[in-house]
Ligand binder design. Structure first.
Ligand code: F3S
Length: 425
């Protein structure tokens, strides 16, 4: 790999042993990937504060310096971790202290995470604590090289913002934070950003539930390649594209898509492809019905114990819509409702009165995490309902529970009646 003088100096220890370990890791990682060089980045999004049993053990042995060295630098030595060299944010993590008594999340993990926030926060990690950093101030510009984790955030950054990031891991983001470098391969290279498949929408895309189903279809079709989606649909907004990308990254491994005339790197269908435009795969009412049935094939009992909204973390408009649907209602005695959102947006919801409406109905607006990330649901949950294709895809396998997928209205109805009565309209 070709290294610049500053990269060689970091590797050779000019900025201390932690930075040298970080550069060593990036060189090994880049060479394994066949990268010819490193890119400069000033935008890293990782998960260093996320609690785990392994992290607890490392902290007990050698403090947070050891935990970061082992888990984020692949280094066995205990090295002093300096300030992050470039802007770095924490993505989703475990639940925080305000969840104790509300969410059955281990208290020792809450305490470990509070310790982690103190350690990393002092070193320059912004604790955004969300899978949607782009909703709360981390908005990379078009062409900006980033080092982000979290598949739903990566696909949004690449596709909607035109930033450039691969789906990184805990070690590479840790090393990127200390060096401002990341291997230059994959989505960082312009030649890898053209579409591979054309999806023509004939009908059936109206709201964010539909965008989730369309994303699920596109991801299943292209797997880890790049769909270009065109046809008959109204102009999508942030929420629609948040759900489209998260679903496409769940049924497949999509990290980049184009919507000609909407996303920034595809002014036209022709521009979205490097060569000839491939023949289209059609998505219409039949395909929509098939995706809906696939996402509901893990539901048996219609008695719903738990309703989950906000995956990826809810926008303020989604919170408002949920509050309006719940206004004046009361949840079924056997059903819990959690709505996940970034902590910064929870503050807005609190001030706007939405949280009070949701709580008056018996629901909860929760920050920082989600059931899939923290592997928790209300005690005794056997059947859950959600408006998220991503959560319907993953949570049954993670928690061994049944799933129903539907609209926000169907989910609120399930929370209020305790019954799943959803259907595709
Ligand atoms: Fe976010 Fe959890 Fe969904 S991290 S994208 S709410 S699975």
């Amino acid at each position: 790999m070709i290294l610049t003088d500053d990269e060689k100096a970091m590797r050779d220890g000019a900025d201390g042993p932690a930075v040298a370990a970080a550069m060593d890791l990036l060189i090994r990682y880049g060479e394994a990937l066949g990268a010819e060089k490193l890119c400069d980045t000033r935008n890293v999004a990782g998960t260093s504060t996320q609690p785990s049993p392994v992290k607890a053990k490392l902290v007990a042995e050698g403090g947070w310096n050891k935990a970061f060295a082992v888990l984020n630098l692949d280094c066995d030595d205990v090295v002093e971790i300096p300030d992050m060299r470039v802007p770095t944010c924490q993505l989703q993590q475990g639940f925080g202290p305000d969840s104790v008594g509300v969410v059955p999340y281990p208290k020792e993990f809450v305490e470990l995470q509070s310790d982690a926030e103190a350690f990393y926060g002092r070193r320059g990690v912004n604790i955004l604590a969300t899978c949607t950093p782009y909703q709360v101030g981390n908005l990379p510009v078009r062409g900006e090289h980033c080092a982000w984790m979290e598949s739903s955030a990566v696909v949004y950054a690449n596709s909607v913002l035109g930033a450039r990031t691969n789906c990184e891991g805990g070690t590479s983001t840790g090393a990127a934070s200390l060096t401002g470098k990341i291997p230059c391969w994959g989505n960082h290279l312009p030649e890898n950003r053209f579409g591979t498949h054309l999806v023509e929408v004939d009908a059936g895309v109206r709201d964010f539930m539909d965008w989730g189903m369309l994303g699920y279809f596109a991801g299943g079709l292209v797997q880890d390649e790049r769909p270009v989606v065109t046809g008959a649909f109204p102009r999508p907004d942030l929420v629609d594209l948040k759900h489209f990308g998260a679903a496409a990254a769940s049924s497949g491994g999509v990290e980049l898509y184009h919507l000609p005339g909407i996303t920034p790197e595809a002014p036209t269908v022709e521009a979205a492809f490097r060569g000839p435009t491939p023949s289209a795969v059609h998505y219409g009412l039949r395909e929509r019905r098939e995706v809906y049935e696939t996402l509901n094939d893990q539901g048996r009992s219609t008695d719903v114990d738990f309703v989950l909204l906000g995956c990826p973390h809810a926008s303020i408009d989604q919170i408002r819509a949920a509050a309006r649907a719940l206004d004046g209602k009361r949840l079924h005695s056997g059903t819990q409702l959690w709505i996940m959102t970034p902590r910064a947006l929870k503050a807005v919801a609190d001030r706007s009165g939405y949280t009070a409406v949701i709580e008056a109905a018996g629901g909860r607006l929760l920050a920082d995490s989600c059931p899939a990330m923290s592997r928790v649901a209300p005690p005794g949950t056997r059947v859950f309902a959600t408006d998220s294709a991503k959560q319907a895809h993953y949570l049954p396998a993670i928690l061994g529970i049944e799933a129903w997928f539907g609209s926000l209205e169907d989910c609120v109805d399930a929370a209020v009646t305790g019954r799943w009565r959803g259907d595709l309209r």
